[in-house]
Design a protein around this ligand. Structure first.
Ligand code: SF4
Length: 689
């Protein structure tokens, strides 16, 4: 029995997996002991991958208007309709909405088709919901979307600050690595900054139950504290940064009393955290969706980065700001430019980059300006401006904020194409054209994890029915739209080679994303490797104090913390997120009985005092409502939750529970810099059902 070395398709930890098909049709799954992300570890989701591979519910043939058709008919129909709509209404009347589940090769082709050949940047992705604020924060501070550190830094740090991150459930193998390091070095300190007392609190020395959107105030106050206590690094600031004085001026008035008022934290706890940070050299600040999914997400990111720049704690072992991505290939999507505001290979829409990419692709119709970000894209669809959309490997009817409005926009859109594995998802049910896409175990390509490490996903199962890889589907549509020469690929390795070449094209070292060291690499045997790779891989960035801004200095950003977010009168603030054993809208994890057993139903965490006040009994049904929608969920009464706040998971869909779609309650409010929606901040009411 042959064992295949591949990568887990769930979170951004990017664990290596060994998959061994058995004679009875089952697949044995084990952690890859040689993969540098996990060294053999797997979490509950990764371990159960073999239980999610059945063909039950799979879409196995292309369909148009609910009828089975040939691939040729489906591809010809899409190419013809897209071409006519572009001719009639212009390129901005069409869009692609992709996913961090796509492999880099799929993403690269979708981006090339839209931005180089259709002539629109209307290609965005569910990664907009995940880490767009980190991208914006990185670019403002570093001049590039670069994650400075790596997982080893978490083991080498003396202080780990976890902000808005339930690592124990959402990045479990990183949590395991930290717990193991801490067992070996008990002097390591861990601070958890989270409104909820989550499972991650079990390894925390200090939990700061911060008020909603209080993070900017906390880190602005920390910057002021570092300056006042002499814990900044003036030599580093002078040599390698700019904008410190303005950032400090904005922070000056944020003493501990003001921070306490803005965050709801006890002054003593704030002092304790500030003192720990100030006196510990090796600090890593890990942040995730609690930071990113906010109307002030980019400012939160920069408030964190400011503290690391001010103390010179970046680019060295055991220190640095560290954004951990939610999805398996959110990073790969960023690398190819699979966001509406990026062009390709980490390049923006500058005149030089447009010229460079246009020459490289020999593109007849290069996009010259950013396109619509996810929330704006579906709003434009609702207004009738987007007349054709192709959705790949994602389920926006459930995962987008204001999800009922997204459903209505798709229902009214003249052409909805969906490529996915499953015949029924809440989004697939609205498709005019359904395309059967290959899934994990069948696909062949690469993904990049949170520490910039590129790993191979390799197939070990045959393609079922007429399912095809996404890259194949995209190139066949592109060829039928008249771009046969530019989309003449036979294998994903050819696409990867072009992606590598573009990263190196006209790159004198002034661009961070550079894979030139992989130009002659063997794709089939490619071992996990961190970029940039000019000659040899760089495990850590910015060690030389040089950034990717024009003057090679990092930028401080002056941050004005927002006023505290308040609930609606008589209502609650709803925080949404994940549970341990489900992934996104459960299209894969919902197939594994033991994963579904962990949390069987959609639920809401509510504080006992709030439950008693409203007459909500333990395990009774609760109706949640907002201006945007309603949901019916089970009450989980717990003092892990603060009074006046609720938590509900985002996973359940109409396929799994009637009226359990939590993102229907959340408004489409976004961060003005990143366009990332504030998925953790909805004003809702709760009542017994
Ligand atoms: Fe997969 Fe993430 Fe679990 Fe690793 S930690 S096995 S990548 S879900």
């Amino acid at each position: 029995m042959k064992t295949t070395r591949t990568t887990c398709p769930y979170c951004g930890v990017g664990c290596g997996v060994l998959a061994t098909p058995q004679p009875d049709g089952s697949v044995t799954i084990a952690g890859d002991p040689d993969h540098p992300a996990n060294f053999g570890r797997l979490c509950s989701k990764g371990s159960a991958l073999g239980e999610t591979l059945s063909l039950d519910g799979r879409l196995l043939h292309p369909e148009i208007a609910d009828k089975r058709v040939t691939w040729d008919e489906a591809l010809g129909h899409i190419a013809g309709r897209f071409t006519r709509i572009i001719a009639e209404h212009g390129p901005d009347a069409v869009a692609i909405y992709g996913s961090g589940q796509l492999l880099t090769e799929d993403y690269y082709l979708a981006n090339k088709l839209m931005k180089g050949f259709v002539g629109t940047a209307n290609i965005d992705t569910n990664s907009r919901l995940c880490m767009a604020s980190s991208v914006a924060g990185h670019k403002r501070a570093f001049g590039s979307d670069t994650v400075p550190g790596n997982y080893e830094d978490l083991e080498q740090a003396d202080l780990i600050v976890l902000v808005g991150s339930n690592l124990g459930w959402c990045h479990p193998v990183l949590y395991q690595r930290i717990a193991a390091a801490r067992a070996q070095r008990p002097e390591m300190k861990i601070v958890l900054i989270d409104p909820r007392r989550t499972v991650t609190n079990e390894i925390a020395d200090l939990h700061l139950p911060i008020g909603p959107d209080g993070d900017s105030a906390l880190f602005v106050g920390l910057l002021a504290h570092l300056a006042q206590t002499g814990a900044t690094d003036p030599a580093y600031i002078a040599a390698h940064t700019s904008g410190f004085d303005a950032a400090l001026l904005a922070a000056e008035d944020w003493d501990i009393a003001r921070v306490a008022a803005a965050t709801g934290l006890a002054p003593l706890a704030i002092s304790h955290f500030y003192d720990l940070f100030a006196r510990t050299e090796k600090v890593v600040t890990v942040y995730s969706q609690g930071v990113n999914q906010s109307a002030a997400g980019s400012d939160k990111v920069n408030a964190i980065i400011n503290c690391h720049l001010a103390s010179g704690r970046i680019g060295r072992p055991g220190m640095g700001p560290f954004s951990v991505t939610g999805q398996p290939n959110a990073m790969g999507g960023r690398e190819v430019g699979g966001l509406a505001n990026m062009l390709a290979a980490h390049m923006d829409f500058t005149p030089e980059a447009i010229d460079r990419v246009s020459r490289f692709w020999d593109a007849p119709n290069i996009a010259r300006k950013p396109g619509l970000k996810a929330v704006d894209l579906f709003a434009a669809m609702a207004r009738g401006e987007i007349k054709a959309v192709w959705i790949m490997a994602t389920n926006p009817v459930d995962s987008m904020p204001d999800a009922d409005a997204v459903r209505a926009a798709l229902a009214a859109c003249p052409l909805v194409v969906v490529s996915d594995m499953n015949r029924h998802t809440d989004t697939m049910d609205l498709a005019h054209i359904r395309l059967p896409a290959a899934g994990w175990g069948e696909k062949d390509g690469t993904v990049t994890n949170s520490e910039r490490r590129i790993s191979r996903q390799r197939p070990f199962l045959p393609l079922p029915g007429e399912a095809r890889p996404d890259w194949w589907i995209i190139k066949e549509v592109a060829r039928r739209m008249g771009h046969a020469k530019a989309f003449d690929y036979e294998t994903p390795s050819e696409i990867f080679a072009e992606h590598v070449a573009l990263s190196a094209f006209d790159n004198d070292g002034s661009r961070d994303f550079d894979l030139s060291g992989l130009i002659d690499a063997d794709y089939d045997t490619l071992a996990p490797v961190q970029w940039p790779i000019r000659t040899r891989p760089a495990a850590r960035m910015f060690g030389d104090g040089r950034f990717f801004t024009p003057d090679r200095k990092a930028r401080f950003v002056a941050i004005q913390p927002p006023p505290p977010f308040a609930p609606a009168p008589g209502g609650f603030i709803l925080n949404t997120g994940r549970v341990r054993d489900h992934w996104h809208t459960m299209t894969r994890t919902g197939k594994a009985a033991r994963l579904s057993a962990h949390m069987a139903e959609p639920f809401v965490e509510i504080h006992p005092d709030d439950a008693a006040r409203l007459g909500i009994r333990r395990a009774s049904l609760v109706r949640l409502s907002s201006r945007h929608g309603t949901a019916l969920v089970r009450a989980l009464v717990t003092d892990r939750q603060q009074r006046g706040q609720l938590f509900a998971p985002m996973h359940w869909t109409d396929q799994f529970a009637s009226n359990g779609r939590i993102d229907a309650l959340v408004p489409g409010k976004t961060d003005p810099v990143s366009g990332q929606p504030a998925l953790k901040m909805a004003q809702v009411h709760a009542e017994p059902a």
